[in-house]
Design a protein around this ligand. Sequence first.
Ligand code: SF4
Ligand code: SF4
Length: 324
Amino acid sequence: MTTLPSMLRRWLKDTTSIEAPEESRADCLDCTMCTAHDWTSRHRGLRFHPDTRCCTYKPDLFNHQLGAMFAAPGEVSAHGLRTVRERLHHEEVSALGLLVPTEERAGYDRLVRAGRFGRSPSHRCPHLDPQGACGIWAHRNSVCSTWFCRHERGAYGEGFWVAIRELLGAVEKTLAVASAQAVLGPGPLELQRWQGSVEDFFIACHEHARSMSWQQIAHLAPPAFHGAIHMAELAWKVLRDTDSLPDAATVQPHDLVGIREGQALVLGYSDVDPVIIPAPLYERLSSFDGRPLSQVWEEIRQVLGPSLASPDHLRTLVDFDLIR
Ligand code: SF4
Ligand code: SF4
C-alpha cells in the first residue's frame, strides 16, 4: 500500500526523481498485522491489536493539513473531521497547527520501547474510525504516510521510507511556518492575531502552502533540507538496485520464529516483518562467516541445489539483513 497524500506526493515529485513504490506486503485495507492468513498469524508477537492496527499514535497535524480538510471536507470521513474538530476544541492549538505536546510524545516513545506499539487500545489514534480505516487518510502527515509494517525489500525498504519521512517531515514543518507567517503578516506567530475563525485561518494556510512552488520552498529551506534530499535520492537508488551484493557477508543477529513444513520463519531487520526461507538454508546461515560471499554461496548451492538456494533466496537473505 502506498498512496501519499497529494501535497506530499507533489513535493516529492518536485524535489526528487523518486516515485514512491508500492509496499504490497502491507495491506492497509485488510490490515496484514491483524488479518494475515499466512502462518505468521499464529504468532502473537507478529500481530497487532485489531482495534488499533499500527495506529497507536496521535499525529501532529500542521496548519496546511488541517486547512486542506476544512477546505474540502469530502476528502476526509465524517469521523475524521469530527475528531479533528474535537482535538481543536480540547487540545492546545497554535498557528502551526495541532502539535502533540513533548510530554505526551514521550509517553508514546515509552509505549514503543515497551513493545506496545500497535497493541495498546488505550493509545488508539482518535482519527481511526470504528471500522478500522483512517478518517483523515487523504491528509495524514509524513509519519503516517511513510510507515509500513512490512516492506517488499526488507531493510532497504525501511531505510528508503525513513529517508522520505525525514525529507517530507522537514517540508511540512517549513511550510507550516511559512504559511502562518504569510497569513498573519509580520509579527509573532500567534493565532490570537487572526481575526476570523480558527478553521478559516487553517484554510488560508492551506491555500498559501498549495500555491508555493518548490523553488519558493527551497528558498526558505534550512541547509538540512538539501541533505535530506540527497539522502532520499541515495536511498531510492539503493532500493532500485536489486543486483548488488556484498563482497563478503557474516550472519547477523536474528530470531527464529518457527519451522514448519520445511520452511523457517525468521525475523531479521524488524520484529514485525518476518521472512520465510527454506529450513535447510536457514540451518546453513552460520556458513556466512565473513568469507567471500560467492564462495560461501557456491558451497551452500552445491549441497542444497538451486531450488533451496536460488538467487532470489540469496537476495532475500541480504534484503532482510540476515547476512551483511
Ligand atoms: S501499515 Fe499498519 S494498517 Fe497497514 S497493513 Fe501494516 S499494520 Fe496494517
Ligand atoms: S492519522 Fe490515520 S494513519 Fe495516522 S495514526 Fe491516525 S488513523 Fe492511523
